[in-house]
Design a protein around this ligand. Sequence first.
Ligand SMILES: Cc1cc2nc3c(=O)[nH]c(=O)nc-3n(C[C@H](O)[C@H](O)[C@H](O)COP(=O)(O)OP(=O)(O)OC[C@H]3O[C@@H](n4cnc5c(N)ncnc54)[C@H](O)[C@@H]3O)c2cc1C
Length: 456
Amino acid sequence: MNRPIRSGNPRRAIVLGASMAGLAAARVLASHFDEVLLIERDELTDSATPRKGVPQGRQLHGLLLRGAQAFEALFPGIIQSLRDKGAIEVDFSADLRWHHFGVDKIRFPSGVCVLMMSRPFFEQEVRRRIVEIPNIRVLSQHDVTGLVASADRHRITGVTVHRRDVGSEPEVLTADLVADASGRGSLTPKWLAALGLSGPQESKVRVDVVYATRIYKQPDPEHLPSYKSLYVIGKPPQGKRLGIIAPIEGGRWVTLTAGMLGDHPPADPEGYLEYAKGLPLDDMYRLLRHAEPESDVALYKFPSYQRRHYERLSELPDGLVILGDAHCSFNPIYGQGMTTAVLGAQALGTCLSDHLARTDGSLLGVSRKYQELLAELVDVPWMMATGEDFRYPEVEAERPLGYPILAWMMGRLHYAVAHDRVLAKQFLLAMHMMQPPTSLFAPRFLWRILAGGIAS
Ligand SMILES: Cc1cc2nc3c(=O)[nH]c(=O)nc-3n(C[C@H](O)[C@H](O)[C@H](O)COP(=O)(O)OP(=O)(O)OC[C@H]3O[C@@H](n4cnc5c(N)ncnc54)[C@H](O)[C@@H]3O)c2cc1C
């Protein structure tokens, strides 16, 4: 039998990894624990530069509207502050030329607005808010090297850490709850094995995506196109590449070419432009040909979706939760990672509030309850993203029952949103995780999809 975790104060939570999932989790846990230790292996400075522990930070990052709202709820005022410091608001319909399925989506003021900024700029602003919270202690340049368990291995009681700056011996830090937000490379499965416990089953969907991002100076206003941002995607199942231009802080453009299943962008500047030439529209090529680069081309290889099913583990120990990319990492082209991470952190808060309201402060059972809740939460973005990738026959994975009908309906929807504002708005809300994707199949939208959209 599991033993209750020590009740009464003081309580300590430890968070592994100070990236988006870890920062959001630390904020949430600070409301429930006397002390939160946020442990990060990188040196954290007050700068908006990419860092080693987050190599994807050099790549274009968009934050979905739902994610922005969740960060705002955790850090009130952050969106305005980002805006004031230079993040650029983009209406996902009015300001974006979005070419998809061989057609341009209809452009109108949708109110579905996102902030475009570089990933390190966003992380810096969140980190600034975290260091202001009195009961959060950030231990940077500390490497977590293992989990520590109770003698019966029914609960995790802390972690071992190694200080990078002084090269000390590993030390043990105890906690009532350990939250692993250490990213896709999380070692929790190995650490559980080292304790003699089973690891989670993994789902992987191979998509073989390569990202190539380059920063440019924005051209002078007279050379700017009629849109703020460009998004061009090849038509599946033949078209496997995409291109994006988006404005970010500092009067710059972040530009991305990406391709999947072998159609990969190269890292050399000439090859980067040639690759953009092969997109269904030549806008990106034309705009970048004479623009002034501010960086080299940064490449990132993303082999597969990866989801770890901790909710299915029969011997999941208490005192441990796993969230963010450590739990599930998605094909980045759908821009769901940061939003799912912050929603996962909020769900942890909800789970703890519900649990603590009904108990004497024991955390017994929280880990399982949380991982089950998180699995449900992640099902939606997982289904939305893999559902688009399943259009490619080379993506080897079992398609869900009824997939051909769903793919056909979504295909019709993609055409219909070229001229139907009502559908287009609902599509954007679903894509930005503001509405469930099933909302698109409500009768008032379904007939519009079947009719191929209504001109508006
Ligand atoms: C190419 C690419 C593009 C993406 N684009 C988007 C996008 O447009 N929109 C979006 O929402 N998401 C995007 N994502 C996903 C997004 O980057 C992540 O989902 C998001 O950062 C949340 O990740 P995380 O915090 O869980 O992990 P990570 O960001 O990977 O951070 C893990 C942290 O843990 C630290 N760490 C790791 N191990 C240890 C250890 N043992 N001890 C101490 N510290 C440790 C690392 O240094 C790091 O700080 C993209 C991802 C990729 C790969």
